[in-house]
Design a protein around this ligand. Structure first.
Ligand code: GUN
Length: 281
């Protein structure tokens, strides 16, 4: 078997086009959506991520406000800036790029963002809303993964889904979203005893551990849908996911590439959340 490729780049393009239409509609009524992006310090990876987010906004008709603050910024200065943006009616979404310098408590920063502007979906109110099935903002990566599963026409009700990874921003919300869609969900992690025993039973596997090519074809059920959230560098410095693509693609029914899979979808869902925030405002 050779898997179908789940092309995140192409799906993200169509989502951005739809966001563009919704943004134009809001702008026509004098309510252009606005996203504030705060970058503290000059971490090279964060700088690239933030630049891409701003570029996505421009292309979709969302106004972006990029604020760069020095690495020496105090926690109270950052919190004051967030409170001002919370009160700014032209700003519908606030994103503080992580990681933050050591003197700043990231949890405190996230909880200071108004929940109705929490387009990252990281606020405890957003997590609580997801947990209890209420309206909030979904974290962009698991939200994007659900869109990819929908696009692939993957039946979720009653399906065996295995999520590898238990982070607050991917693994845990991913498991809750799959559960909400009536899948039977197993969360595996670094202390799971026999990972392959779980993954071989799975109709859907979402790998979000951050270990290069750890999920191999022999660990999969034939025809499984394999979603690779990983973004790693191998020993040769080559970009790769958590899934060993070559062996997995021989067994899976659908598989996401790295790059060009989940990454573009994460970026697209940030725009969707921002539009949602502006429409709700
Ligand atoms: N750093 C890496 N990914 C993300 C993300 O999705 N949101 C924020 N705020 N910071 C990040």
């Amino acid at each position: 078997m050779t898997a179908h490729i789940l092309d995140g780049a192409s799906l993200a393009r169509s989502i951005r086009a739809e966001v563009g239409r919704r943004a134009a509609e809001l702008s026509a009524h004098g309510r252009q959506p606005g996203l504030a992006v705060l970058l503290v310090g000059d971490d090279p990876a964060s700088t690239v991520y933030v630049r891409n987010k701003v570029k996505d906004c421009e292309e979709s008709g969302i106004r972006s406000l990029l604020e760069r603050m020095p690495a020496s910024t105090t926690e109270s200065a950052l919190l004051s800036r967030i409170r001002a943006l919370n009160a700014d009616p032209a700003i519908h979404g606030i994103l503080v790029q992580l990681p933050l310098p050591a003197q700043i408590d990231a949890r405190k920063v996230i909880e200071t963002i108004a929940p109705d502007k929490d387009v990252d979906g990281f606020h405890v109110a957003s997590a609580g809303a997801l947990m209890t099935g209420q309206r909030g903002f979904l974290p962009c990566t698991p939200y994007g993964v659900m869109k990819m599963l929908e696009f692939a026409g993957t039946p979720l009700a009653g399906a065996e889904a295995v999520v590898i990874g238990r982070s607050n921003i991917v693994g845990k919300p991913q498991a809750l979203l799959l559960l909400q869609a009536d899948a039977t969900v197993t969360i595996c992690h670094s202390r799971t005893r026999n990972l392959a025993e779980h993954t071989r039973r799975a109709d859907i596997v979402v790998a979000a551990v951050g270990r290069a090519r750890m999920l191999t074809g022999d660990m999969l059920k034939p025809g499984a849908v394999v979603i690779d959230v990983g973004m790693n560098r191998d020993a040769q410095g080559k970009l790769c996911g958590d899934v060993d693509f070559d062996s997995a693609a021989k067994v899976a029914g659908w598989i996401t590439p790295v790059p060009g899979g989940v990454g573009p979808m994460t970026r697209a869902m940030l725009l969707v959340n921002t539009i949602e925030a502006a429409e709700r405002a």
